[in-house]
Design a binder for this molecule. Structure first.
Ligand SMILES: *[C@@H]1O[C@H](CO)[C@@H](O)[C@H](O)[C@H]1NC(C)=O
Ligand SMILES: *[C@@H]1O[C@H](CO)[C@@H](O)[C@H](O)[C@H]1NC(C)=O
Ligand SMILES: *[C@@H]1O[C@H](CO)[C@@H](O)[C@H](O)[C@H]1NC(C)=O
Ligand SMILES: *[C@@H]1O[C@H](CO)[C@@H](O)[C@H](O)[C@H]1NC(C)=O
Length: 363
């Protein structure tokens, strides 16, 4: 009986404590890192999330660097939040009638990702069912149990976003297993995306700056597509990724503290003839609780390590799993750091504003 009583008192204590904690703020008044019990408690740009134990308001969206500052610099002077396997979304219903047996890497759908400020999507494209599908598969073949959805469905979400947001630029990075001739061209055409296509002929080689973002917007060339198949640059006008970008090792090999080296297909990171830098930071096997921790402090450390390895260049693309999971600023803060360093040499893009401490110093 007395044990029961003690547990009962403990429960009352916990309930009261939680209630008191929550009473401090609610209904949109909770600020960054305040305790919360639902998303509605948190202010704009935040949501209620429990990384380890207590739920707190953490960031849910990226800073729009073009709106905060301007879009008058070359494309390669900006950083973009990138989702790894953007299509491998938990809860995506089976489209093949067979339950899926493969890993998920994200929780939000692509429309939500884009609305929250994700600007680059990593998609795995396969020939499947006489069409092109997004699959999380192996040995270059898609199966009923590794298939997510027809590529056109996701590409249409991108089209809707670009159409509704005429100043935004989206980059698509394909792990490409499509062998059917013009298979990709067909799905990008069907999705209505060709009108936004940024032509390969305008992509700089030999390390030159990219066109200005303002020019890309004015020309409506707001979709950048890169493939992992070299020959498609010639055959379909789809840029071969590693002609333009250096990229560090993905998976566990890319998460060793203090070590940043290129993946096999990429030139060494210090090859400055490629003007764009992509940093991967996700485990080989995606685990949600770990994603929360790795998206927090150690991601920014890796950006710093890769900056040094890439001949003092900050990442343009920061690729992660479960992009919203963090103990606070998470991936959004990491991209703010990269943007700040790229744009004004400050470690936060907000410090680039005229009058802020770092901004004043660097001007
Ligand atoms: C929550 O906040 C909104 C806007 O500030 C207000 O209209 C609404 O009445 C509030 N709801 C409650 C339950 O306090
Ligand atoms: C994405 O998710 C949102 C929120 O759940 C939903 O309203 C929307 O219909 C979804 N869009 C697609 C294309 O799945
Ligand atoms: C680039 O990095 C490699 C190691 O990955 C190093 O051997 C090489 O000297 C570096 N090149 C330059 C130009 O710094
Ligand atoms: C745009 O922002 C960058 C970074 O803060 C700054 O260096 C540049 O002068 C700004 N350009 C214009 C036209 O305001």
């Amino acid at each position: 009986m007395s044990v029961f009583w003690r547990i009962f008192r403990l429960m009352i204590f916990l309930v009261v404590t939680i209630k008191v904690a929550n009473a401090a703020c609610s209904n949109g008044t909770c600020k960054f890192l305040d305790e919360c019990s639902s998303d509605a408690d948190c202010g704009t740009g935040l949501y209620c999330f429990s990384c380890l134990t207590i739920s707190r308001c953490v960031r849910s969206s990226a800073t729009n660097q073009f709106k905060l500052l301007n879009n008058s610099l070359p494309f390669n002077k900006y950083a973009f939040l990138t989702t790894h396997n953007s299509f491998a979304i938990e809860g995506e219903p089976s489209h093949t009638g067979v339950p899926r047996l493969t890993f998920n890497n994200q929780e939000d759908n692509v429309t939500q990702q884009l609305n929250n400020g994700v600007r680059a999507l990593m998609l795995d494209t396969y020939d499947f069912e006489g069409d092109v599908w997004l699959c999380h598969s192996f040995k270059g073949e898609c199966h009923d149990f590794t298939a997510f959805e027809p590529a056109t469905d996701t590409l249409r979400e991108i089209e809707a976003f670009l159409s509704a947001n005429p100043s935004e630029i989206v980059t698509v990075i394909l792990e490409d297993y499509v062998k059917s001739p013009n298979g990709l061209t067909k799905v990008f055409t069907d999705a209505g995306l060709m009108k936004y296509w940024f032509p390969v002929s305008n992509m700089p080689k030999n390390g030159a700056d990219w066109p200005l973002v303002s020019q890309m917007v004015a020309n409506n060339q707001r979709l950048l597509v890169f493939t992992s198949i070299r020959s498609k640059e010639q055959s379909e006008g789809i840029a071969y990724q590693w002609n333009y970008m250096v990229e560090n090792q993905y998976g566990d090999g890319g998460m060793k503290e203090g070590d940043c080296f290129n993946r096999g297909e990429s030139s060494p990171l210090n090859d400055t003839s490629k003007s764009l830098v992509l940093v991967n930071y996700f485990r080989s096997v995606p685990l949600k609780p770990l994603a929360c921790v790795q998206n927090s402090g150690s991601l920014i450390d890796m950006l710093q390590t890769c900056h040094t390895a890439a001949a003092n260049r900050w990442a343009n693309f920061v690729a992660v799993d479960y992009y919203k999971r963090s103990e606070g600023g998470g991936t959004f803060q990491a991209v703010d750091t990269s943007n700040g360093e790229l744009l004004c040499g400050c470690n936060d893009v907000h410090s680039c504003l005229p009058g802020s401490a770092c901004g004043t110093r660097s001007r």
